[in-house]
Design a protein around this ligand. Structure first.
Ligand SMILES: NC(=O)c1ccc[n+]([C@@H]2O[C@H](COP(=O)([O-])OP(=O)(O)OC[C@H]3O[C@@H](n4cnc5c(N)ncnc54)[C@H](OP(=O)(O)O)[C@@H]3O)[C@@H](O)[C@H]2O)c1
Length: 330
């Protein structure tokens, strides 16, 4: 099979596309013919050795996929060869086949494309866990989403609306805010001038936002701490801007707010049944038309470097997807 391989840490251009042996489904695993693999910021960090997880070389990046079951490992029940599935792989998605624990795969809704299904696990999984379990977002509350046109950000906009919140989308360009508007956001902030706090205050009658979803970090985080409402919750999702901010704990006291960590991968491993229940609710939102993953760009497998660059160079809108199999192979 063809696979994109990382043999040493470095930028996307240091990866190689090679023919390698097909993987074999071990006990409890399914072998999946990968149709589409969605790109996430952690993939960009992982190939450069900047992510908390450093897989042994060589590894294929690609943390989530959609495809069809090609073989069942020993002891696997609940799946049949040919089933359309999606789920998180951690690594290995940028390859024609991947062997993964059966528990990581879920059946795809009938009318969903492989491209859309490939982008559900990480983005909606993370954002729903953040808003539901970590923030306890309530109908009528105000949710501010930074990076609102990115992968996890756009999912947070849609899920926030589905949960009954008023959503303020914040992003660095009018084009990105237009994507957030199409996803249902109510109010908009362009922070390309570096200003966030006063704009949030102006949209909330000076109160601030009840919940802030921050996948960006960097300099904007301090303004998040100054834009949070009394009893608010600031969700620490990630640091796409590069710098890991420090928390001024006097503001936690003054606002009686919470700064809440979100680590979806670790939680879904510790609480698989709760995570499965979340995905049932996410797919119900999809069936009800309340969410619909936006695919901003699709690339063939050979253009893997461009796909990763879209994220590292801040161009991605919605999900960037690598089409591992061409249309006529599907
Ligand atoms: N906690 C978890 O469990 C979890 C799970 C998945 C992902 N994450 C984290 O969430 C963050 C976003 O991931 P994603 O896959 O949604 O990425 P993405 O689609 O690339 O979105 C990241 C957003 O960050 C903003 N940004 C600001 N400065 C940037 C820069 N220098 N380079 C790139 N983007 C920049 C961009 O929005 P603007 O241009 O509008 O600012 C962009 O839309 C990452 O830090 C990732 O590690 C965390």
């Amino acid at each position: 099979m063809k696979a994109v391989l990382c043999k040493a840490f470095g930028p996307p251009e240091t990866l190689v596309l090679e023919d390698v042996e097909d993987p074999i489904a071990g006990p409890g695993q399914v072998l999946v013919d990968v149709h589409a693999s969605a790109v996430n910021f952690p993939d960009v960090l992982m190939i450069e050795g900047k992510y908390q997880n450093r897989p042994p070389f060589p590894f294929s990046p690609g943390g989530e996929i959609a495809g069809t079951v090609a073989a069942l490992g020993e002891g696997v029940t609940g799946f049949e060869v040919g089933d359309r599935v999606f789920g998180g792989t951690g690594v290995g998605g940028f390859a024609e086949k991947v062997a993964v624990p059966a528990a990581a795969m879920r059946p795809m809704p009938d009318r969903m494309s492989f491209a859309k299904a490939s982008g559900i696990s990480t983005t909606y999984g993370t954002s729903y866990y953040a808003l539901k379990q970590r923030a306890d977002l309530k109908p009528g509350e105000t949710l501010l989403v930074l990076g609102a046109a990115g992968g996890v950000g756009l999912a947070a906009v849609e899920l926030g609306k589905a949960m009954g919140a008023k959503v303020i989308a914040a992003a660095s360009s009018e084009e990105k805010l237009a994507a957030a508007k199409a996803a249902g956001a109510d109010e908009f902030i362009d922070y390309s001038d570096g200003e966030l706090k006063d704009k949030v205050k102006a949209l909330t009658d000076g109160r601030g936002a009840d919940v802030i979803y921050d996948p960006v970090g960097g300099d904007l985080f301090d303004q998040c701490m100054r834009s949070i409402a009394w009893y608010g919750r600031v969700l620490v999702i990630g640091f796409a801007a590069g710098d890991i901010p420090r928390v001024p704990i006097n503001l936690i006291l003054l606002k009686s707010c919470q700064v809440v960590g979100v680590f979806f991968g670790a939680w879904s491993a510790k609480a698989p049944e709760e995570a499965a229940a979340n995905f049932r609710e996410i797919l119900a939102f999809y069936e009800e038309g309340k969410i619909d993953p936006l695919i901003g760009a699709e690339y063939p497998l050979a253009s893997y470097a461009q796909a990763l660059r879209d994220l590292s160079e801040r161009r991605a809108i919605g999900k960037v997807v690598v089409q591992v199999r061409s249309e006529d192979e599907r």
